[in-house]
Design a protein around this ligand. Sequence first.
Ligand code: 6CS
Length: 322
Amino acid sequence: ETWRFGLEEIEGSVQHGYAEAFKELIEEKSDGDITVQLLPYGQWGSNYSALYDAIQGGSIPIAFGSGFLGGTVPESQLMSLNFIMPADQLETAKIVNSDEFMKSDAWQQAYRDRGLVPIAALPEGYQVWTANQEIRTPADMDGVKIRVMDNSLLRETYRAYGASPLTIAYGELYSALQQGQADANIQPVFAHEEMGFYEVQDYLIFAKQSQFVGNVIANADWYDDLSDEQRQMIDETTDELVQKGHDIQSELNESRLETIKENSDIEIIELDDEERDKFRELAKPVRQTFIDDVGENGEKALNTLLDQVKAAEGNDSDSDQS
Ligand code: 6CS
């Protein structure tokens, strides 16, 4: 039996590292009965809606869906909200993978309604801005043509910051930045590096407003047809990959930052808490926009997530939630 696993990112990416570890664990646990075949970005095509169609149609039963998934599963845009997760990135990984959130009726139903099942979530590191100019304040964002994934919540968020967000396909982004169709971009560090985006941008800006989160999703009919043992195997695997996924992303993002520093003179800026607070204030009303736009399941999922963050906050005073 072969399980095809579609990735939104190229070989060497965080999604690829995670999927390789998933493959190894599943093949080991099934004693070789199952082979997991990885299909990185490019191997299934390059238009994300084709990938999501393939999961819904069942030809690719497992795949990553992140920012572009908003058109297919509007509730998934929850993962794009800014300033809601704890400062601790491993804590975030635990929260988004907790049974309380991942197995909640609201989160499951949001995907089930579209013939999908969410099976795990992979925080891939902070979403880091690059731009042709220094950005420290919302005033600096004014009118900046910043590229966002195709996701109305992200557009709403960056409009709230004062920018003029626009959407460009991942594969066309390098030339769009080079040719000035966009002034700024948002990616985890590893992606700025592996796609070469940093080569055509002057500033790399850490605002720690959110992490990039990839959702691991499955075709619902395929998932329901698995044996109980197989579903159990997936649960065990995704549990083991919470820590492992965190290790993969943090190591890759750290080493790729070194590569960027070695290969370019891009200026690196880290916003301080006071600077971040200005963006945090502007991001707050977007939570209500999310609720108004996506409805009841979205609101329930958001509240469940916020409850988990609060519970974690009780154990750790270094939380980022306001
Ligand atoms: O920005 C994008 O479109 C893509 N970036 C990453 C890091 N993963 C997938 C996503 O669609």
